[in-house]
Design a protein around this ligand. Sequence first.
Ligand SMILES: C[S@@+](CC[C@H](N)C(=O)[O-])C[C@H]1O[C@@H](n2cnc3c(N)ncnc32)[C@H](O)[C@@H]1O
Length: 230
Amino acid sequence: MESVLDFNNFHSAATVEDRAKSALLRPNPRLERALTNSAAKGIPAISVLPLAGQHLSIVARLMGAQSVLEIGTLGGYSAICFAGAGADVRVTSVEVDPKHRDVALENVEGLGNVEVVLGDAEEVMARFVREGRRFDLVFIDADLDRQWEEFDLAVKLTRRGGCVWLDDVVASMFKNGQVGREEQDPTTESVLTKVGKDDRVKATLVPTVVCHPAMSANPVFNGFILATVL
Ligand SMILES: C[S@@+](CC[C@H](N)C(=O)[O-])C[C@H]1O[C@@H](n2cnc3c(N)ncnc32)[C@H](O)[C@@H]1O
């Protein structure tokens, strides 16, 4: 019997994701402890999902990244993923909430290559710009309503040929009611459009299907911007 490609497959996303997790992820006691400790301390379960964390780690490794700036630490899950990307990598992660920062410090204890900075993202990033700091990779995973401002600062903080990963771009466009609206009203611009007009970068949108039981019973269409600095 000839098989037919079934493109009506969104409903099976969770099954494929479960298969991918058990096939591709190796046990990582530190990441598992971080999730358990974060839950015990009342930190919301909104860290990147395990396969996405592995994706972050692989990209940093592919780049040979030695310096990663993360915006939005939460309990340190993605910071731990970056910290494992290579022997030479150093991670600086910025978090505005002191409680999240404290739990993240517990979760990264003993990792010599992770620094957690307490402060508002834009203030800390502006200070880093003044100090002339540069990173190989900037990962933005903080405030959905400040994505453009944080992206703009991230570009200033990224070396030429480095990369800015702006997470949850599709989620923020839906949250802000921008999907479809821009086409009718060109005065409203999503972060996607603003990045597209930015001559400092070459960027793409990487669409994702996310199965996040804490947020939605159904798979969700999301996506991130991956930009390289020219
Ligand atoms: C989605 S969570 C980050 C998840 C984390 N990257 C991970 O995957 O483990 C977003 C975090 O950003 C922090 N945040 C929100 N607004 C911020 C701001 N203006 N400056 C710094 N951190 C902020 C929140 O307190 C929260 O801990």
